[in-house]
Ligand binder design. Sequence first.
Ligand code: JFZ
Length: 442
Amino acid sequence: MKKLFAILMMLTSLSIAAAQENYTPTADNLAARQWFSNAKYGLFIHWGPFSIPGAGEWVMDEKKITVDSYSRLQDFFNPTEFNAAEWVGLAKKSGMKYITFVARHHDGFSLWDTKYSDFNIMNTPYKKDILKQIADECHKQGIKLFVYYSLLDWRREDYAWKTGRTGQSSGRKTQGKWEDYLTFMKNQLTEILTQYGKIDGIWFDGHWDQTNPEGHADRTSRIDWRYDEIYSLIHRLQPQTLIGNNHHLSPFPGEDFQMFERDLPGENTAGLSFQKPSEKLPLETCETINNSWGFNLADNTFKSTETIIHYIVKASALGANLLLNIGPMPNGKIQPEFTERLLEAGKWLEANGDSIYNTTAGYIKPQKWGAITQKGDKMYVHVFKGNQQIQLEGFPFKKIAKAYYLADKRKLSVSLKQKTVTLQLPAETVDPDTVVVLEVES
Ligand code: JFZ
């Protein structure tokens, strides 16, 4: 048993040693991390030829479609209604500070004018670089741009598909050279980081294709991803670019933020997040509005605006960003169920943004009744709908100088006795989240 553990530890350290060891973030990078921690809310966009069947971005793998058959989608992808200014404008109006755009998902389709793969947007009837339009518009409207890049590829023969957990039904017969795949990824990343202006982050995904499932003791990778080379390339081309990797493990050296999927940091209800929240790096969690990332015609499980607002609040209360996803339709339009909710949450943020942006985690974790965020001498108590009396135990400040509603500055009486604050509201709250500001003194 001890021996097995020792081997496991050795393997773990091996895979970690393969990341960007001895990485020292530049001052620009540290400033970007700080910006990111303060941003709190971003828009995730999953879109491409996989949107056409309307069955989510995993349709190729789930329906066991071969590379040959799947390639047909390239002839149908013609998003004539796509308008980058509208998408970026929607994010901005919704109170989001950045966009994470899927430029290449596991199906291997590139949404930019790449020299390194024919399976790309220039070879569709649409023939225009999508990433370019989005990047230009983000720069113009002052929204930061993160690029999602899949490490996993269901299409290429030089991807280590034989050891992969997914992509086994794509009809690939020969195993190409891993070295070639690594070169391909570095070439594509170089394009993205040199031809599209400032890129604020790279969001990697797919590492888990080469590990045992979540919860399994041995989560070492079956292949060497050579993150040392990949991460140092990115940081050399754009030192401020924040690298994150959805590997569901503790951050590797060279990564600038830590991400969670479909769970708040420290929680694991979806069974995808076994990793502990980092105390050093900025945190982000991503979530869907219905239950799908890519456009799904049959998925009407839309979360309410209230649930979305609560998710933003709870993420902020844990010191994390929420990256909220939309899967636009194949024609380039965004379905109204998404835009309505985004704009409604955006309205709430317009009135209550002071209690979200630039805040840090609350001194207690989110509770059933709501959550806490903090900034300087202000503590924001978020009271979710249907609550009237709140008790805050172990209050870390000596005195409350003022207490008032954030929305209209109306005063409120509070008591602080033996480190316990009691907030008595006149009636049960009716808004999704009523924010009370406590101005505190230590
Ligand atoms: C990944 C992607 O596969 C998915 O399509 C989407 O882009 C999401 C944001 O990220 O989701 C995962 C991650 C891990 C596993 C499965 C899906 N896993 O460990 O099996």
